[in-house]
Design a protein around this ligand. Structure first.
Ligand code: ADP
Ligand code: ASP
Ligand code: MG
Length: 408
């Protein structure tokens, strides 16, 4: 008998029929003698609808109240799934994040999980019940409802699996595993049988939304066995996220191409070139809880320099406002910005032992006449910032250049 945590995403619970299918799948595992904890997302599109609704009331909604609104999506699905389970004779009980309880910090809309109380869940499991938990949400020390950021149900699933020391965490979604790139953009993309934590972390952080990055961090840290599978297929092993040594296949140089349309670039021109500048600029941005991604400081000339960085597109206007203030404080010349950019990245642990990946990538883009606006590299990834209009072309070209559409 194993303890399995299964997470079902929005499309997997999009309507009553699909919720009934999820109930059948859960029942099947239970009939095999396993204990099952199920984490569900809101029905697909529901969180977007709730955010849009909030924005009709307030263009930049109060984060605490926004979480209060957004958390309701998942509360609907836990109730419906528990009913569906009971209808087919499976005892089940639903819990909101607060009822579990999933304790988080108080950073509304992107809270981090601090601890999980497993008491209620253990009691139910011991009594033979399936436990159904709302993903994406928690509660802070003062009892406020919090949410974990978009795609956060993945993290709820993995965190519950870690807390319960589950044998496996299964992420059921609308694709049958992790692919070499988003199969909706490149139909030739191939499913990977396994991918290392390191690579999956990079893929997730660089835009592959099949897993939320924090879920991968959690799984790596707490050694959760993590698998991505389709909720629409009965067969298939999906993709196992593994540690490098366990992957018994030849190491490809590049495992996947990730991309992110959700980027914006800001530049402060004519900044005095002296110590502490980066801190003054980025400190102000960090104080506003805005994550900064790529950073470039140009070589100074005439005692001034230009300083560029990228942020999430949703934070663009806010960051621009902050930079206007910083500009005055520092006596810089001008703030410029561009929100029609994207980031495309090649990821692979094989890069460590194969030089020349970057030049192959740059040549492939140059051959298509695609201009690179920013570059950043790490040991296992190369990212480029491009004009947004080149996104699909760049992804397809790089996928082909690194032979990812060829069977291994
Ligand atoms: P869920 O609602 O189940 O959480 P998501 O929409 O968040 O599902 O994530 C699944 C989607 O992630 C897929 O439909 C696919 O379009 C996208 N995706 C992006 N990159 C990849 C990738 N490398 N492999 C598989 N899917 C990917
Ligand atoms: N419902 C939330 C979202 O749409 C969480 C999730 O689906 O993982 O972002
Ligand atoms: Mg998701």
């Amino acid at each position: 008998m194993a303890l399995i945590v299964q997470k079902y995403g929005g499309t997997s619970v999009a309507n009553p029929e699909r919720i009934k299918n999820v109930a059948q799948r859960v029942a099947k595992f239970r009939a095999q003698g396993h204990q099952v904890v199920v984490v569900v997302s809101a029905m697909s599109g529901e969180t977007n609808k709730l955010i849009a609704l909030a924005k009709e009331i307030s263009p930049s909604p109060d984060p605490r109240e926004l979480d209060q609104v957004c958390a309701t999506g998942e509360q609907v699905t836990i109730g419906l799934l528990s009913m569906a389970l009971k209808e087919i004779g499976v005892p089940a009980r639903s819990y909101t994040g607060g009822q579990v309880k999933v304790l988080t910090d108080s950073v509304f809309t992107k809270a981090r999980i601090l601890s999980i109380d497993e008491g209620n869940m253990r009691r139910d499991l011991d009594a033979g019940r399936v436990v159904v938990v709302a993903g994406f949400q928690g509660v802070d020390a003062d009892g406020n409802v919090t949410t974990l950021g978009r795609g956060g149900s993945d993290t709820s699933g993995v965190a519950l699996a870690a807390a319960l020391k589950a044998d496996e965490c299964q992420i059921y979604t609308d694709v049958d595993g992790v692919y070499t790139t988003d199969p909706r953009v490149v139909p030739e993309a191939r499913k990977l049988d396994a991918i290392t934590f390191e690579e999956m972390l990079e893929m997730a952080s660089l835009g592959s939304k099949v897993l939320q990055i924090r879920s991968v961090e959690f799984a790596g840290k707490y050694k959760v066995k993590l698998r991505v599978l389709s909720s629409f297929q009965d067969e298939g092993e999906g993709t196992l996220i593994t540690v490098e040594e366990d992957r018994n296949m030849e190491q490809p140089i590049i495992s996947g191409i990730a991309f992110n349309r959700d980027e914006a670039k800001l530049t402060l021109l004519g900044v005095p070139d002296k110590p502490g500048i980066a801190y003054q600029i980025l400190g102000a941005i960090a104080d506003a809880n805005i994550d900064v991604d790529m950073i470039i400081q140009n070589v100074g000339h005439d005692d001034t320099t230009d300083f560029s960085f990228t942020v999430n597109r949703g934070d663009f206007v806010k960051a621009q406002g902050i930079l206007e203030k910083v500009k005055v404080e520092l006596g810089a010349r001008q703030v410029t910005g561009d929100h029609k950019i994207c980031k495309v990245s090649a990821v692979g642990v094989g890069m460590r032992s194969h030089p020349g990946v970057a030049s192959r990538m740059f040549k492939a883009l140059a051959d298509e006449g695609i201009n690179i606006r920013m570059i950043s590299t790490s040991e296992i990834k190369i990212s480029v910032v491009l004009d947004e209009k080149y996104l699909e072309l760049a992804v397809r070209v790089l996928h082909r250049t690194f032979g990812l559409d060829q069977p291994v």
